[in-house]
Design a protein around this ligand. Structure first.
Ligand code: NI
Length: 190
């Protein structure tokens, strides 16, 4: 089932998400719904808070970018309870990022594209890998969502000031999207 994407301004995006246990009810269905929602909105990653669920779950499939980044051809991951350590010996660079919860906003974000990430998969098998390149960026972006952060939090105060009116429009629900969203207009209906 395709779920609405929660837009910037919705409190669920600012919460630290809850740890997921094997007893979590409906986990398989939630992951399937996150996948369907991500593909329908042409994203390359999605975090559970973006569909209104405060749980440490991320789904990534960045294979759509394989022409630019060949290493992304096999980049499908279900990350449960991920923990990232940014490794200092990686390259630190700025690249444009976007987010399904912030339609129309694309800004350069400086990150180190080398991480160590520990997570559990959908069967709660533990994984521990070092990831480099663009995928490390996607993982950091998605895992930020589980800490109640969004990519614009990484921008300079000046950059943030320059996009302020766009952000306010998203908060007010004044935004056009090709996918279903949940924003201020839905909150106003009682
Ligand atoms: Ni995002």
């Amino acid at each position: 089932m395709i779920l609405p994407i929660y837009l910037y301004g919705q409190p669920v995006l600012r919460r630290v998400a809850d740890t997921v246990t094997p007893e979590y009810e409906g986990l398989g269905e939630l992951i399937e719904n996150m996948k369907a929602t991500m593909y329908a909105s042409e994203g390359i990653g999605i975090a559970a808070p973006q569909v209104g669920v405060s749980a440490k779950i991320v789904y990534i499939d960045a294979s759509a970018l394989k022409d630019t980044f060949p290493e992304l051809a096999e980049s499908e991951y279900v990350l449960i309870n991920p923990e990232i350590t940014v490794l200092d010996d990686g390259k630190r660079l700025s690249r444009d990022e976007g987010c399904l919860s912030l339609p129309g906003i694309y800004e350069g974000v400086t990150r180190t594209e080398k991480i160590r990430i520990k997570w559990q998969d959908e069967n709660f098998v533990e994984h521990d890998e070092v990831i480099e390149g663009y995928l490390a960026r996607v993982m950091q972006h998605e895992c930020d969502h589980l800490d109640g952060k969004v990519f614009i939090d990484h921008l300079s105060p000046i950059r943030k000031q320059l996009i302020k009116s766009k952000l306010n429009n998203i908060v007010r629900g004044k935004v056009h999207c090709d996918y279903r969203t949940r924003g201020a207009e839905a909150k106003g209906k009682r």
